[in-house]
Design a protein around this ligand. Structure first.
Ligand SMILES: NC(=O)c1ccc[n+]([C@@H]2O[C@H](COP(=O)([O-])OP(=O)(O)OC[C@H]3O[C@@H](n4cnc5c(N)ncnc54)[C@H](O)[C@@H]3O)[C@@H](O)[C@H]2O)c1
Length: 253
């Protein structure tokens, strides 16, 4: 049986780890040809480099660097003739409140999380227009909507990402380009684990996070990848401008 993404080309940023890597594996199993963008692309394991489609194109660089994004988008065009799906996962956090945040930290977080989403979305819209449509999926965070402490730049960037997605959804719906945001809860990835390690009491931080989810556990990267697959595939053909919570109920109460 053909995969749910057979014949599609997907760009996944932040595809070397966590949610991006789980999506690389799932999208590949579902038949997509992939371009994986990451500033540490060598971390992509060999097992994630073989799927139903062609061998993935590995692109190393910073999603917040305009010249690198343009170079990478041109490489995707050259290899695959454009792309149909963008999943923008690259992201990080400085985990500080405003008084402790340096301008460099502020700009660094905004540059990856927001500007990186903007730059790759711009490249995606260009190619998707030429192909008659496509799906753009950005990643926000439950913390942008409730319960985020001492994480100012991250929360600001993620709130802006959700607004950016809604804005593009309205502008580009007539061109057949759907734009949606995934709102994960706490997902067991290297990013989350490093956050716990940096807490004053890592065990207490983990326990609080678990207890904050009505489902009573942390999420798995594969559970977010399944949501991304839905938003990337034709099964979500009437869904645009939405925020899909994959947060174990965090925002519900
Ligand atoms: N894990 C969570 O609990 C959680 C919760 C809510 C939202 N998110 C969001 O999900 C996305 C994926 O996070 P994750 O937990 O899988 O993190 P992760 O650290 O496991 O993976 C992120 C990947 O992005 C890459 N990256 C970071 N900055 C980059 C840049 N400037 N250019 C290119 N690549 C870059 C990293 O090298 C890494 O491979 C992020 O946007 C994050 O904010 C995660």
């Amino acid at each position: 049986m053909p995969g749910r993404l057979a014949g599609k080309v997907a760009v996944i940023t932040g595809g070397a780890s966590g949610i991006g890597l789980a999506s690389v594996r799932l999208f590949s199993r579902e038949g997509a040809d992939l371009a994986i963008v990451d500033r540490e692309v060598a971390k992509v394991p060999d097992t994630a480099r073989e799927g139903a489609g062609k061998a993935p194109l590995l692109l190393e660089g910073d999603v917040g660097d305009e010249a690198a994004v343009e170079r990478h988008a041109a490489a995707v065009d050259e290899r695959f003739g454009g792309f149909d799906i963008l999943l923008a996962c690259a992201g990080w956090s400085s985990r500080k409140g405003v008084p402790d945040t340096t301008l460099a930290e502020w700009e660094g977080v905004l540059n990856t999380n927001l500007t990186g989403s903007f730059l790759w979305s711009r490249a995606a819209i260009r190619t998707m227009r030429a192909r008659g449509g496509g799906a753009i999926i950005l990643i926000a965070s439950q913390l942008a909507f409730a319960g985020g402490r001492r994480n100012a730049a991250y929360l600001a960037s993620k709130g802006a990402v959700a607004s950016l997605a809604r804005s593009m959804a309205v502008d580009h719906a007539p061109e057949g380009i759907r734009v949606n945001t995934i709102v994960p809860g706490a997902i067991r990835t290297p990013l989350l684990e490093s956050g716990f390690r940096r807490a004053e009491d890592p065990a207490a931080a983990r326990a609080w996070s678990v207890s904050r989810h009505p489902l009573g556990r942390l999420g798995e990267p594969e559970e977010v990848a399944q949501a991304a697959l839905f938003l990337a595939s034709g099964e979500s053909s009437f869904t645009t401008g939405s925020c899909l919570m994959v947060d174990g109920g965090w925002l519900a109460g």
